[in-house]
Design a binder for this molecule. Structure first.
Ligand code: ADP
Ligand code: MG
Length: 322
């Protein structure tokens, strides 16, 4: 059982940033409006996440760590209309099998409880009063999987990967205020204004923020909106190209190509654009049951998506430059 869980953990927990992503998604699913993240030594020593979400019922605290324990899917039909970020019920069991996890949580009408799980074993569980919400502390990630520990990059590199993922998630959720502390320094703060452009301003610099084209369009089965810009930050990399489908960070070759092509019709220099593209679709239309790490998304009608994204951005930039 132990070996199986450690292997399974590799699917979900590749590096500290994957832990951060899973835990933040749990906070989002719990309808948190404030999410605090803190990491030490690139997340290897400590990943701490505090949210003001719904919390976990006292009687559910232990089972949250069991494999395939999810409170988010109740019937087989739910699988086809997933609106929560998580649904596999694998994250907590995987993370806790390769680290020491302290979870404290309080749901409404409960007193609050804490539980310590080390390498998949429950060490203790006890009464622990607190405000409504959940606190997770992940210590000594991969302490019992030295092979995986060896593959981690330097703490500062792991820290930047975490900053990047938290920044991107915060852009997808402008109504949530995020605060990220890396090695004792605040590296990101957003204010939950509900406006994505405000978050872009916090994540990137003023110059980017002041040179953005807004685009938006609605189609029968989906909507597309976002910002595209022309600032130097992109240079030779695509790291400032961000795509969300139903607020999930994804990779999409069609969308990327469409946006770059639209951008190139106006750009005077050849480099990658800065963009944030949001697609909202009925959950039925996309296949979210993809590998947790390789988030390449598939659409039923790729050429329709291509034309829509291209057309939307092209006309917004054309208007903006007139
Ligand atoms: P999943 O998110 O796929 O359901 P996880 O392993 O990530 O599975 O989490 C297991 C369960 O623990 C969740 O279904 C949820 O009930 C509970 N949980 C985890 N984190 C939180 C949180 N921050 N707030 C409230 N409940 C949580
Ligand atoms: Mg989850």
């Amino acid at each position: 059982k132990d070996t199986f869980n450690k292997i399974a953990a590799g699917e979900v927990v590749e590096r500290p940033a994957s832990v951060v992503k899973e835990l933040i998604e749990n906070s989002i699913d719990a309808k948190a409006t404030e999410i605090y993240v803190e990491i030490l030594e690139g997340g290897e020593k400590l990943i701490k996440i505090v949210d003001n979400g719904e919390g976990i019922l006292e009687e559910d605290m232990r089972s949250a760590f069991l494999p395939h324990a999810t409170s988010k899917i109740r019937t087989a039909d739910d699988l086809f209309s997933i609106v929560t970020m998580g649904f596999r019920g694998e994250a907590l069991s995987s993370i806790s099998s390769v680290s020491r996890v302290l979870m404290r949580s309080k749901a409404v009408d409960n007193d609050g409880r804490e539980i310590l799980v080390e390498g998949g074993e429950i060490r203790y569980e006890k009464f622990s009063p607190m405000d409504q919400g959940t606190l997770m502390e992940i210590r000594d990630l991969f302490y019992n999987v030295p092979a995986r520990k060896k593959f981690l990059k330097s703490p500062s590199r792991e820290g930047s990967i975490i900053s990047e993922i938290v920044s991107k998630i915060s852009m997808a959720h402008p109504q949530i205020s995020f605060r990220l502390m890396v090695e004792g320094k605040e590296v990101l703060r957003t204010y939950g204004t509900g406006n994505q452009k405000d978050v872009i301003r916090q994540v990137y610099n003023k110059k980017v923020y002041e040179n953005l084209f807004y685009f938006e369009n609605h189609y029968d089965s989906f909507s597309v909106f976002g910002y595209i810009g022309n600032e130097e930050i992109s240079r030779g990399s695509r790291s400032h190209e961000t795509i969300f489908v139903n607020k999930r960070l994804v990779q999409s070759k069609v969308i990327t190509t469409a946006a770059e092509k639209a951008f190139k019709s106006f750009a005077t220099v050849s480099r990658f654009p800065f963009f944030v593209i949001n697609i909202e679709v009925f959950p039925e239309i996309i296949d979210v049951n993809i590998h947790p790490q390789k988030a390449e998304i598939k659409f039923e009608d790729e050429s329709h998506i291509f034309k829509s994204v291209f057309g939307t951005i092209h006309s917004a930039m054309g208007e903006g430059l007139k």
